[in-house]
Design a protein around this ligand. Structure first.
Ligand SMILES: NC(=O)C1=CN([C@@H]2O[C@H](COP(=O)(O)OP(=O)(O)OC[C@H]3O[C@@H](n4cnc5c(N)ncnc54)[C@H](O)[C@@H]3O)[C@@H](O)[C@H]2O)[C@@H](O)CC1
Ligand SMILES: [K+]
Length: 547
């Protein structure tokens, strides 16, 4: 797990390092500039083999300061360098001003405008050092126009020009992954700032993985600027996340890759020990009525493939034959309309998955209430895990507090953005503004008193205490085939199946692993994927991670 530092957290880390006297701001800036050049040369080795030409676009803050370091270092390596500045050189912050002055002894600086860029000699490399973590509002129109002009320039072989961004493509908010748009203006970085490589410092930032981040960053490389390890991450293995710093869900700990056999493999119950089927948990999944059982069956299948010892599907009596025609290894029980849950669920049920295909109605509300009221029974030390998805959430759309009042710490809500908006209208995507998806999920978890997994290509998992992690199906784990009907039902089943064993780790850890495996299955299966394929791909993914 890699920590994702917000802009404020990153500033605090830098400030603490400077206050400790181990490093100065100028030294950090020098390392940042050098880190960008090293990353560029490693990504495009041909650039390292001879001197070339660079356009360096600098902004009014320390991101611009990094740009002036890059300009100087490239010039010293024999490159032709043309820097452009947005803003007033006299108003640059101290370290950036110092680097501007060092550059000024070597060459001139042009004002950053579309006209000046149009007149520039064709570069081999364009460096975007206009705005980094300090962006607070939409890009100024003059900067937008300058970026747009780069795409219109008459340079020969324009498409072979390499484009690198310092910390982020300018215009991207690194806390939210949003590109604040001034709606009066057209374009914006998404269409005009075609970054191929983004070099960020110390740790990745949430915005590299949230929202538009993966669409605009190209590839992301982390440059070490000597701020030390971010946290003893190895000790975080299987631990709940820090209450303030979010983490990225990936098998990387303390900066090095762990074999996936250790994470996530060692958290899969059956990889650890033998035992009776009930040692691996009993998952109960609820299915809808006649013709609506597919979603529940998908979840049940995923729970069983994930390693639950026993999975039972519960359905109305009228749907018994339909489900019996589809199921073998999954047990089947009928629950008449007015019957109590106790008539089918004994104390050995360790996890419930409720919602997919169930219908938005009073019966669903009643079943959710009965499931949430269950306690550990003979396993009094541990209440059953409850995964609430789809219609279990939709059924409380008009009265979310009634749901939150019943949720306990072993509950996880797994909404997509639409379902989330109905439970937490003020935290909906359309209302979020500068609130990141991570903070929205945190607030939702605090309100609901349980874990919340907010789905998407950027899936955020948050706990009521503020712990949060982000799983991104992005960059080399991009999985567009996952946007398919039923994929969410499979995820809900995976969580229930992984979290069902008595020995399973905390709920957020198991939700992280479910999100990870879900995408691994999609990537492993590849194009043409439909939801049924996901559970069937799981054995192959388990073998690939060394189980
Ligand atoms: N010593 C440090 O703090 C280090 C900082 N580093 C670099 O410094 C960057 C952060 O520097 P800053 O905090 O100065 O932030 P930025 O350089 O991203 O920009 C901040 C400046 O832009 C202005 N601004 C923000 N949004 C604007 C908009 N839409 N239109 C016009 N002006 C706008 C702000 O008022 C401020 O003057 C990082 O991204 C990184 O590249 C690195 O050099 C490593 C060391
Ligand atoms: K930038």
């Amino acid at each position: 797990m890699t920590e994702l530092l917000t802009s404020a957290q990153m500033r605090a880390v830098e400030q603490a390092a400077m206050d400790s006297g181990t490093v100065t701001g100028l030294e950090l800036m020098e390392r940042a500039g050098q880190g960008v050049i090293d990353a560029a040369f490693s990504h495009w080795p041909e650039l390292a083999q001879a001197a070339h030409r660079a356009l360096v676009l600098c902004g009014p803050g320390n991101n611009g300061g990094d740009g002036f370091v890059i300009a100087r270092l490239l010039k010293e390596a024999g490159w032709e360098v043309d820097p452009f500045l947005y803003g007033d050189a006299d108003k640059l912050p101290p370290d950036a001003k110092a680097n501007h002055q060092r550059w000024a002894a070597m060459g001139g600086v042009m004002e950053l405008t579309a006209e000046n860029l149009q007149a520039a000699v064709r570069p081999d490399l364009i460096v975007d050092a206009v705005f980094g973590t300090g962006l607070t509002r939409p890009l100024p129109s003059v900067v937008q126009q300058a970026f747009s002009s780069l795409g219109r320039n008459k340079w020969k072989g324009r498409t072979s020009i390499r484009r690198i961004a310092v910390d982020c493509p300018s215009g991207l908010n690194l806390d939210t992954g949003m590109v604040p748009h001034d709606l009066e203006k057209t374009g914006g970085v998404i269409s005009t700032n075609l970054t191929q490589l983004t070099v960020t410092f110390h740790t990745p930032k949430p915005g590299h993985y949230l929202g538009a981040g993966p669409l605009v960053c190209g590839a992301v490389v982390i440059a070490d600027i000597g701020l030390g390890p971010s946290d003893p991450e190895r000790s975080m293995l299987g631990q709940p996340p820090d209450d303030r710093r979010a983490r990225l869900v990936e098998p990387v700990f303390a900066g090095s890759n762990l074999p996936p056999r250790i994470w996530p493999g060692s958290f899969v119950s059956k990889s650890r020990r033998n035992g009776h089927k009930f040692n691996h948990g009993h998952v109960m999944v609820f299915a809808g009525g006649v013709g609506r059982g597919g979603a529940g069956r998908l979840a049940a299948r995923a729970a069983l493939r994930a390693g639950a010892g026993v999975v039972t599907l519960v359905c109305p009596p009228s749907a018994l034959i339909e489900n019996a025609c589809h199921l073998d290894a999954i047990m089947l029980r009928a629950l008449p309309k007015d019957a109590r849950l106790d008539s089918v669920a004994d104390d050995r049920v360790t996890a419930f998955c409720i919602g997919p295909g169930l219908g938005v109605n009073d019966r669903t509300r009643d079943l959710v209430a009965q499931v949430l009221a269950r306690r550990g029974g003979t396993r009094a030390w541990r209440d059953p895990v409850v995964v609430l998805d789809a219609d279990a959430l939709g059924s409380f759309a008009g009265d979310p507090v009634a749901l939150f009042d019943q949720c306990h710490p072993r509950t996880i809500l797994t909404p997509h953005e639409g379902e989330f908006a109905r439970l937490f209208p003020d935290l909906a995507l359309s209302q979020r503004g500068d609130l990141s998806k991570i903070d929205a999920a945190r607030q939702a978890a605090a309100r609901a008193g349980c874990t919340v997994l907010l789905k998407g290509p950027d899936t955020v998992i948050a706990t009521p205490r503020g712990g949060a992690s982000l799983h991104a199906a992005a960059y080399d784990r991009n999985a567009p085939w996952l946007a398919t009907a039923g994929a969410g039902d499979v995820l809900a089943g995976l969580i229930a199946g992984l979290a069902a064993p008595d020995t399973s780790a905390d709920l957020i850890t198991m939700a992280e692993i479910a999100a990870y495996l879900h995408v691994e299955c999609a990537a492993s299966f590849g194009p043409g994927l439909i939801a049924e394929d996901l559970p069937e791909e799981l054995p192959k993914v388990f073998r690939a991670i060394g189980l």
